[in-house]
Design a protein around this ligand. Sequence first.
Ligand SMILES: Nc1ncnc2c1ncn2[C@@H]1O[C@H](COP(=O)(O)OP(=O)(O)OP(=O)(O)O)[C@@H](O)[C@H]1O
Length: 292
Amino acid sequence: MTDAVTTTGLTKRYGRRTALSDCTLNIPAGHVVGLVGPNGAGKSTLLQLTCGLLAPTEGRIEVLGHTPHTGSPRLGFVAQDTPVYGNLTVADHLRFGAHLNPGWDKALAQRRIAELGLDPSQRAGKLSGGQRAQLALTLAIAKRPELLLLDEPVAALDPLARREFLQGLMSYAAENGTSVVMSSHLVADLERVCDYLIVLVASRVRVHGDVDELLGTHHRLTGPRRDPDTLGPGREVVQASHTDVQSTLVVRSTAPVDDPSWTSDRLDLEDIVLAYMAQAGTHGRDRVLEKR
Ligand SMILES: Nc1ncnc2c1ncn2[C@@H]1O[C@H](COP(=O)(O)OP(=O)(O)OP(=O)(O)O)[C@@H](O)[C@H]1O
């Protein structure tokens, strides 16, 4: 199966500011991918390169096997702040979508609007943040894209609206085999819906992979103080902290750590994300710590 997204040395600079640096990734199709990182990490830049809104400064990107271009019917993109046209009604948005997209699924769009309880004659500017997000998602999925790109789709939503939005998204993706890449600061949400994770910090990809694989290979080791380099090959120390007598390490390892002087604990996704962020010496972890 063609990868949803493949990048090689992908770099985007704005003048002297590097927004994305030497990003090499391949995201297999058919996944719901969480893209996480602190403010300014480069998440929106990566999503905009993926949908063809931005061109790379260096490197290559292929999306569904081709160079991405805006307006592709194979891609659905919902930008940050879920932009809708305030003066147009919900029904106007659907007509607009149908006009612009040859593969528009009118029945799907109408069914979703009805299920969401949105009034077709309501102006989009009068909708709540959650309703606007749902309208923007409806416009994106009624294109029937193979890949859906969502830039912080739930940022403005309350916990209940977030849950409904993410449940709707998950069922849609599962029923239609749609690949999804979704940026968010809310790791707890991502843990619930994503099966693939990309951690981006300070313009660089720090880790990416299948969520189950990441959960299975990362451990917190606690034991008598020692040099992390003594752990042996095949064990990458992601984060280390020490007191006078004790060391605590976050380690990525495919082999079990069988030294009985270490206590080994499993980590959740948020622990793993935070360890990579700490490794990168980043600030601005507060929003990633945000819980439901
Ligand atoms: N149009 C632009 N011109 C100049 N610099 C930009 C532009 N867009 C983004 N940047 C810079 O590129 C870097 C990455 O920005 P980006 O918006 O991709 O981050 P992000 O991870 O999406 O952040 P956030 O979580 O705050 O939305 C930041 O340093 C930002 O200031």
